[in-house]
Design a protein around this ligand. Structure first.
Ligand SMILES: [Zn+2]
Length: 697
């Protein structure tokens, strides 16, 4: 359910989010592209971004956002730029200010408080002179321990230690997660850890050889920096790639991953233990404080078994080389900045970015990874008002009421399904802004003069916190899982396993929510985003989970058939769209997100109509546009995007979210109100035959 671009610096998000994370980067000095000023445009909806010379009936993209698309340019440190990227820049600036202030105040702050921990961790990460002098020496004890591995038991103990040290699975992924079939309990889960390259095709596809070459370069450069002779480093890089390519061949495709019933299964402990014969699974579990012999919830089991085969077939010396690279890769953000710089060839190959993020941005990412809730607390105190929370909740209530009414009037679900859909819908828990309860890191020693040590202690705290949940009642709030979301993340997400939605504080800013904007704009931006997330509770993925978050399909075959019939035109529309020359959108992969966008626009628009009936004084033109026109225009401006072809190519293969240029218009042309609002008729380029339009909720 997680998505990242190869480095733990990027925060990880739930799969049902509004948007996947692109590489985030914030240079503190103004970049050449003037991105910090949004190229002279306001952040929120604005007529100045439109090209009024274009004809909305022929080219709605240009009409809605042509001036912005003309002026916006990508800074070298970004693979793409859209409203989420712009708000990310805004949040980065807010967080940067907060971190600088915290670092100035932390020496006199009480030990263990959010201010002390955030400020000292940031100051430690920014102490480039000290980190450069240390080079890779903080990692040396770990490399020495890996070198001493002499059999299955010491291998297992070292792998457990590395999982704690990095707060990341190393070679095997054993975690404690909420039961899928019984969400009232946590269970022990086993999986194959994500590989360094984000997509399995990065290892396997012939045309992606440049990505692999860049990865080898990054491995080689990093190992050389850590003191490995160049020839040896090159040979090790080839070995790493060979091992990972073998494993990638056994990993699930993106489409397969969405089929939870097929890909998550409970298997006996003994089966996994046998598959990983050259690693002592008992010793691994004991080292992590987990009970041995319990049934395991497994996914990516074929790839995990392939790891077992790798352990059996490769000489131990090769496995040690591999682990030394893995720990170096995962710990590079905590070493000298040269190690982050060594990732440049890979980042460039994956995203097209020419520049690596500035140090300030890398450290801010590590602070969020280490003490995300302490940072979130400081952020909310400073930047999030009670008024924003109340306003968002008001929009949310109205959009929610709209969908409930539509469900009551639904004509294509069978009666039992419809009745359960309403029950599930009423149980959706929505958290706006920040968690009900903050994580307390005060027991961890965070020191201004010890970046590596402070970070590894925080990693161990977070890993143990996750593992120690076994036997406790699950928290009903995704914010309780800081690897999934944080108040400082610009996104929103529906979590089917919790039947809950989180709307982090950071997204409640223009253009997603603008306290100064008219109702039409807020309903078709924030309202549509909330509608998008609400429909995820009912779509082909959400329906696999019941009202309590248990993996239990509550649809009848007739409901599935009706749903598939209604979505098939949307899949065909997406399949026909060429993302970059020769690469088409994957209609099946993106259908959940496309349906959610369609639902979001429908619900935002309808909630707006209801609002206008109750508040007729708002049903007036502003800047010469009716509320209905402003609704579609503000949605389209929200998704206007500049993107590099490399990133578009990668996302087309792996990301269920279609590119922004597609999202701007795809839901809109399925909406009857769009044709009325702009007088679009048969024969116009924006015209879609009524028989080809899709309506789900
Ligand atoms: Zn979504």
């Amino acid at each position: 359910m997680k998505r990242t671009i190869g480095s733990i610096v990027g925060m990880l998000l739930a799969g049902m989010a509004l948007h996947s994370t692109a590489t985030l980067a914030e240079p503190p000095t103004p970049p050449k592209s003037d991105v910090l000023n949004n190229f002279g445009f306001p952040l929120g909806f604005d007529v100045s971004k439109m090209d009024l010379g274009a004809d909305p009936r022929q080219d709605f993209h240009r009409y809605a956002a042509g001036k912005w698309l003309d002026k916006a340019t990508l800074p070298g440190d970004l693979g793409n730029l859209d409203a989420i990227g712009l708000v990310n820049k805004q949040v980065d600036r807010q967080v940067a200010t907060l971190l600088i202030d915290a670092a100035a105040a932390s020496p006199s702050a009480k030990k263990g408080t959010p201010l002390q921990q955030v400020g000292d961790l940031y100051a430690a990460g920014m102490d480039v002179a000290r980190l450069t002098a240390l080079g890779s020496t903080p990692l040396q004890p770990e490399w020495d321990r890996i070198a001493k591995i002499d059999g299955p038991k010491s291998l297992a103990e070292e792998l457990a230690r590395l999982a704690l040290l990095t707060n990341h699975p190393v070679f095997v992924d054993v975690s404690v997660m909420q039961g899928l079939k019984d969400p009232t309990k946590y269970v022990v889960a086993a999986s194959d850890p994500d590989l360094a390259l984000p997509a399995r095709e990065d290892y396997l596809a012939a045309d992606l050889a440049p990505v692999r070459t860049a990865y080898m370069q990054t491995i080689t450069d990093s190992l050389v920096l850590a003191g490995v002779p160049a020839e040896q480093a090159k040979a090790r890089a080839a070995k790493v790639l060979a091992i990972e390519t073998r494993i990638a061949g056994k990993r699930l495709t993106e489409e397969q991953k969405r089929d939870f019933n097929a890909t998550y299964q409970t298997r006996p402990y003994a089966e996994i233990k046998a598959a990983l014969g050259n690693m002592d699974l008992d010793a691994y579990f004991q080292a992590l404080g987990l009970p041995t012999g319990v049934d395991l919830l497994v996914t990516e089991v074929d790839a995990l078994k392939e790891r077992g085969a790798v352990l059996a077939e490769y000489p131990l010396a090769d496995i040690k080389d591999y682990l030394q690279w893995e720990v170096l890769r995962l710990m590079s953000p905590y070493l000298s900045p040269a190690f982050v710089a060594a990732q440049a060839p890979l980042t460039r190959a994956l995203t097209g970015q020419a520049e690596m993020p500035q140090r300030e941005k890398v450290v801010a990412g590590s602070v969020a990874h280490g003490v995300g809730h302490a940072l979130g607390q400081l952020y909310v105190e400073r930047y999030f008002s009670a008024q924003s929370r109340a306003d968002a909740e008001a929009v949310l209530t109205n959009v929610r009421a709209e969908l409930r009414q539509r469900l009551e009037q639904n004509t294509w679900l069978t009666a039992p399904t419809k009745s359960y859909a309403l029950e599930k819908f009423d149980k959706i828990k929505i958290v706006v802004g920040y968690p009900d309860q903050w994580i307390d890191y005060s027991a961890v020693d965070v020191r201004r003069d010890d970046y590596y040590g402070s970070s590894t202690r925080l990693n161990e705290f977070s890993r143990r916190r996750m593992l120690s949940r076994l036997g406790t009642p699950p928290a009903p709030d995704r914010f309780a899982d800081p690897d999934h979301t944080l108040p400082t993340i610009v996104n929103a997400g529906y979590s089917p396993d919790m039947n809950g939605i989180e709307i982090p504080a950071a997204i409640l800013q223009p253009p997603f929510y603008d306290p100064k904007a008219d109702a039409a704009v807020n309903y078709c931006t924030l309202g549509a985003v909330i509608g998008h997330e609400l429909t995820h509770s009912l779509d082909s993925f959400g329906r696999l989970f019941d009202a309590n978050g248990a993996l239990r399909d509550w649809w009848a075959p007739a409901d599935v058939a009706a749903f598939d019939e209604r979505s098939k035109n949307l899949i065909a529309q997406a399949d026909a769209y060429e993302v970059v020359p020769g690469v088409h959108l994957n209609g099946q992969l993106s259908s959940g997100e496309n349906l959610a966008d369609l639902g979001g626009v429908m619900l935002g628009y309808s909630a707006l109509q209801t609002h206008l009936k109750a508040n007729p004084e708002d049903a007036r033109k502003i800047d010469g546009f009716t509320p209905q026109q402003r609704c579609f225009l503000s949605w389209a401006q929200l998704w206007a995007e500049k993107a590099r072809p490399e990133l578009l190519r990668m996302h087309a293969a792996t990301d269920p979210h279609p590119p922004g240029l597609y999202r701007m218009v795809a839901p809109v042309i399925n909406h009857p109100g769009f044709y009325d609002a702009f007088g679009i008729r048969a024969g116009d380029k924006m015209w879609l035959e009524p028989k080809d339009r899709v309506s789900m909720w």
